[in-house]
Design a protein around this ligand. Sequence first.
Ligand SMILES: Nc1ncnc2c1ncn2[C@@H]1O[C@H](COP(=O)(O)OP(=O)(O)OP(=O)(O)O)[C@@H](O)[C@H]1O
Ligand SMILES: [Mg+2]
Length: 245
Amino acid sequence: MSDKKKIKPRTRKTSKKIFVDVKDVSKSYTMGEVEVQALRNVSLSFSAGEIVSIVGPSGSGKTTLLNVIGALDYVDSGSISINGKKLSSMKDKELSFLRRDTIGYVFQNFNLLEEINAEKNIEMPLILANLEKEERKKRVEKLLKSVDLLERRSHNPDQLSGGEQQRVAIARALANNPKLLLADEPTGNLDSKTGEKVLQLLIDLSKTHKKTLIYVTHAEISAALADRQIHMSDGSIVKDFQTKK
Ligand SMILES: Nc1ncnc2c1ncn2[C@@H]1O[C@H](COP(=O)(O)OP(=O)(O)OP(=O)(O)O)[C@@H](O)[C@H]1O
Ligand SMILES: [Mg+2]
């Protein structure tokens, strides 16, 4: 045996960098005398660029999980980190920048401003981020194109179909080029055919622009469009697996 020190073979890193880290998170709500435990010691992580679906019965904690990841609600215990930084260590201002610049939200009921048109809805987050008018115009144009709505730009939400409204909402969520997209039942208010198209668009745009996408759905077929599927039940993760393709 040589007295040279054995050199350990370098192990190739196969795991991707963790982007969202949920550690031992619990959250409960109190309604009068009754306490509902919405999340029970949930631990899981998401790597950059992952496309993940969450399914589970009504009341299983899906929305609560998205809300605490998206800094829309606080955890009772445990921690959530985004890009290595704990949400609980951030001040209000930092959290509002995070919500504006790092996270894009898509909701079941679209949440568009009713009194302004599609174009203005998409421009809103850019105004809040203090972008110059010329830059905003260019970006809105690109976003409208990416969701195939150039021709509906002047329509107010009530002059758009459900699928079109959700496409406006997707463009708005992408406006500030966030790294993370959170979508809570984005197809819940759409018929199944339109819903699938809208979800496919959301997934395609997320992949093209290398976003991490986490979406909640009730439809098995929609869940299977993700690369990874998470099942929740009674505040816990009961299954977490890669979609066989
Ligand atoms: N603001 C609140 N106050 C009291 N209880 C709440 C509140 N929000 C959620 N809950 C309770 O927490 C549990 C989890 O709710 P959550 O909204 O996360 O479920 P969900 O999986 O998204 O359900 P759904 O599929 O119906 O949207 C439920 O039992 C719910 O009643
Ligand atoms: Mg919900």
